[in-house]
Design a protein around this ligand. Sequence first.
Ligand code: MG
Length: 350
Amino acid sequence: MERITMGHGAGGTLTLQLIKNHVLKHLGGSSFEVPLEALDDAAVVDGVVFKSDGHTIKPLFFPGGDIGRLAVSGTVNDIAMLGAEPVALAAGMILEEGLPLTDLERILVSMHETCREADVWIAAGDTKVVERGSLGGMVINTSGIGRRCKALEHNMAVVKRFRSGFGAKWILDSNLKPGDKIIVSGTVGDHGIALLSFREGYGFGYELKSDVAPLNGLTLKLMGEVGGIVAMKDPTRGGLATSLNEWAEKSRVGILVDEEAIPVREGVKAACEMLGIDPLEIGNEGKVVIGVIPEKAEEVLKTLRSHPQGREAQIIGEATSRHQGVILQTQIGGRRPLPPPLGDPIPRIC
Ligand code: MG
């Protein structure tokens, strides 16, 4: 008998198979503007961006954040990735018997602070309690809605000025064209490695911290002040490798990435080498990958670097028609495919 494995939750090809072969088979079929089948960061229903996200991180508190900050940021970011302005969230909290009330209080304070940072409110919610067991304290499901905004209209007008015939209304995984530049807003792998080293007690000799943060201030600034962005994605579970492969598949382009240009912190690099894992497959919670028309790439990069969340941003590659899938130009001068990983090598990080 086939059963659910941890790999099904790791955000790679196993998760995708689970969604395609089971979830979409039964729950797909709507005619919404951006439906479930698009498997984009969020859906669009009657002009409203709509998203739901479960957060099962273990432990509840970790260097750089906690499950409350994560639950708000995760949903805010997915809404922001379509180019929308997040407006309101709903939070369903499942609490485990025995959870200290002081821990719950700390998490609620953190949720409130993160909401203020992202300029959203929690407008609805639910609390349930389950018996003492393996939940790890609590899990939070957040849903949210977002709306079109001036920054998005400006962004799309800039794209249309340079790309005649561009008809997309939202920033989608399927919008890339050959020549578009790929930018990452900062170092990759921080969140997953910080979690792993904290959880397992690895020292690695570096201070590692999660990057968990709401990114909507940054994305609205880039769209409103510069524009020309066609695709955005927060490289969460499965990391940059998963995000780029999703883009290549849905946009039907190849993506060529310069390995040396991808920013990775020394501590993350050292930890990955020691553990034999690839930082490009590790989840991030405060980074955005951006696909931008070539005419605006330098300006987007400059504006990113002027923002505290984008200081270490880099152009890491471009979309191309010369090959399919994602190809990595390696540091030693060769080229190798960067396939979508089976799953994130680190479980329960989001
Ligand atoms: Mg996402």
